[in-house]
Design a protein around this ligand. Structure first.
Ligand SMILES: Nc1ncnc2c1ncn2[C@@H]1O[C@H](COP(=O)(O)OP(=O)(O)OP(=O)(O)O)[C@@H](O)[C@H]1O
Ligand SMILES: [Mg+2]
Length: 482
């Protein structure tokens, strides 16, 4: 019942498998107690009640209390441990997701709306966890309950059991139809949630621009439109779930009516005891809750499958800018930067942004690059710390191609100042944010080249999610401004 997409996340359960073993043991105990209860009731009806022996009721009463106690206690343990195990799984998945996002090249983030990443990191991982923690455990539990109860029913009265079984068969058909229709909607809901998150995220990060240009209404309308779309899709899902569950319940009620009729006749004919009929009905009612829950688990499973497909889309994006096979580290960085025949175009862009560019910066040299908006100043700066890799030519630091250097080492040598976006924890209104250690004026590490790359570009419109405004770059830990 697990889709391949979901199965790939099963290894996350491995570290907590002992917790799942406890869960399953508790589930079995609760199941055994629940299944035994109607048999005790049957014995009470056919024994002391049928024969009017009030004095013999006590042992049965004690047995019922003990069974009830075992069921409650086992359910408590099952719930606690399954939640514990699945929450640990959620934490591990989220940590891996976050680490993976950080390893992906800047170009990946250019093409992904941050809201889509956020909704995956929060909602989708939670959906997978909920299904694994509750859905799978319940499905296993209910499956076992069904098998056990059907076995007991067959023993009680095989004709009634066959009738019930035949009447429950259409449920399989109903659930198959449900699967097909609900899958599409589940995916739409999750994608639209991502879009909505993007709108909120852009509003929150671009609030100054939005206020400055008086675009509040525009953004509000965009949010309302997105929210309305999500609502409509959600309602479609509700309608499908409601009609499926109604059909489920209708079939079950029909079944109960028929069993009462056929069973009643059997009791009158002396083929079945009264206690047997009561037990039979109790078992059928016991099957209702799992069937009810089946619809819910199926829906959950569909959502978890689409969530895991959405997560796989990110997990399957492999980092393109990676550590070289034989990464070099320079013992002493002087800070000379050389660009040789550099050409660059953005992965999805097509046009050359830079072409045939040669530039040499001596250690300690400072240059300013001036050019029209969109002429490629920022792009040039991003090539030095390998936020992007050149499309042709090469960038060298102290005579070594930056692609041969250890990525961690290289980026430690490069300081970057971003223009308009405060760094996490940065103060509001701070114009430039320098990340990296503070360097005193006399710090020898300051000697390296500083590329001051042009004037700041106009502020991006609220629609543009990420700032692409690295303005300057240099080596030997210069302060990079732009
Ligand atoms: N992430 C990106 N994906 C695709 N194209 C991009 C991306 N970032 C920039 N560009 C395009 O590359 C070209 C150079 O942009 P870049 O930001 O380097 O210019 P710039 O000289 O820094 O401009 P400004 O003075 O506005 O800061 C522009 O045509 C721009 O539209
Ligand atoms: Mg720029």
């Amino acid at each position: 019942m697990l889709s391949p997409a979901l199965r790939r996340f099963l290894p996350y359960l491995r570290p907590n498998r002992h917790l799942f073993v406890v869960t399953m043991v508790a589930a079995s105990a609760s199941l055994a107690a629940a299944t035994a209860t109607p048999l005790v009731v049957k014995a009470v009806i056919d024994g002391p009640i049928a024969h009017g022996q009030a004095g013999q009721l006590l042992p049965f009463a004690i047995a019922l209390v003990v069974l009830g106690g075992v069921e409650t206690g086992a359910n408590f343990v099952r719930r606690n441990y399954s939640v514990l195990a699945s929450l640990r799984m959620e934490t591990d998945m989220r940590n891996d997701f976050y680490a993976h996002l950080q390893n992906l090249q800047v170009a990946f983030h250019d093409n992904w709306q941050s809201g889509q990443l956020l909704s995956r990191a929060v909602a989708d991982i939670q959906t997978v966890r909920r299904f694994v923690g509750f859905g799978v455990v319940f499905a296993a539990f209910f499956g076992a309950q069904w098998a056990l109860v059907l076995a007991v029913l067959l023993r009680l009265d095989w004709r009634l059991a066959v009738i019930s079984g035949l009447l429950l068969l259409p449920l399989a058909f109903v659930s198959r139809r449900f699967f097909g229709r609900y899958a599409t909607i589940a995916r739409q809901v999750q994608d639209q949630q991502g879009d909505l998150t993007t709108v909120v995220e852009e509003m929150a990060t671009g609030v100054r621009i939005i206020k400055a240009f008086g675009r509040n209404r525009l953004l509000l309308q965009r949010f309302q439109r997105q929210a309305a779309t999500l609502r409509v899709t959600n309602l479609k899902g509700v309608r499908i779930r409601a009609s499926t569950w109604t059909t489920f319940n209708l079939l079950i009620s029909l079944n109960l009516c028929l069993v009462l009729l056929v069973g009643g006749l059997a009791v009158m004919a002396g083929q079945l005891t009264l206690g047997g009929l009561v037990a039979f009905m109790t078992y059928l009612i016991m099957l209702i809750w799992p069937l009810d829950a089946l619809g819910w688990i199926l829906a959950m499973g569909e959502e978890a499958t689409t969530a895991s497909i959405r997560l796989a889309e990110v997990f399957d994006s492999l980092p393109e800018i990676t550590e070289p096979a034989r990464a070099q580290v320079l013992t002493r960085v002087r800070g000379g930067i050389r660009l040789e025949g550099v050409g660059f175009r953005y992965p999805e862009g097509g046009n050359w942004v830079l072409r045939g560019l040669d530039l040499e910066l001596q250690p300690g040299e400072t240059i300013a690059l001036v050019g029209a908006t969109g002429s490629g100043k920022t792009t040039l700066a991003t090539l030095v710390p390998r936020l992007y890799d050149v499309s042709e030519g090469r960038v060298m630091l102290d005579g070594v191609d930056v692609r041969d250097l250890s990525l961690r080492f290289l980026r430690k040598q490069i300081g970057v100042a971003f223009e308009d976006r405060p760094a996490p924890g940065g103060r509001r209104g701070q114009g430039r944010v320098r990340m990296g250690p503070a360097l005193g004026p006399g710090d020898p590490r300051r000697r390296a080249g500083l590329l001051a790359l042009g004037r700041p570009a106009p502020a991006p419109g609220p629609g543009q999610g990420r700032a692409r405004r690295t303005a300057s770059a240099g080596a030997g830990r210069p302060a990079l401004g732009g």
